[in-house]
Design a protein around this ligand. Structure first.
Ligand code: ZN
Length: 132
């Protein structure tokens, strides 16, 4: 197979991957930037079980940023379950964007190679050597 045809096929493959990736990201319609963690605490009451290692909790804390500042919210168990999905979705989107950037960079690289190969072909036609 000619190099230019091989490049064309690889570009098509990259476009397919890009399309699938974007479609997956567009399915993440709800996302929450931040992180969720469970806290346990000691109350300080004398003789309380928490003094013997059975700490109170878990208390679910959602940490987010609003206007560049950290914000915290306590959530009950059910809300924490939902928040976890939303936080995970946000993380998955961010990972997906990183992947998309890589795919796009690869695509630009392939297109440059394609242009070089197309220039070589054109050079042969007019009888000169062209460096892409
Ligand atoms: Zn206690």
């Amino acid at each position: 197979m000619a190099r230019i045809d091989d490049l064309r096929r690889r570009v098509q493959g990259q476009l397919q991957e890009q399309r699938e990736l974007v479609a997956r990201l567009l399915e993440l319609r709800e996302q929450l930037p931040g992180s969720l963690f469970a806290r346990f605490s000691e109350c300080g009451k004398e003789g309380c079980v928490c003094q013997e290692g059975h700490k109170h909790g878990p208390y679910y804390v959602l940490s987010t940023r609003r206007g560049g500042k950290a914000a915290f919210a306590y959530l009950d168990e059910q809300a924490a379950g939902e928040a976890k999905e939303l936080v995970d979705a946000h993380r998955a989107f961010r990972d997906g964007l990183r992947q998309l950037k890589k795919v796009n960079e690869d695509l630009v690289g392939l297109m440059k190679d394609y242009q070089a190969a197309a220039s070589e072909t054109a050079g042969r036609r007019v009888g000169i050597a062209v460096a892409g």
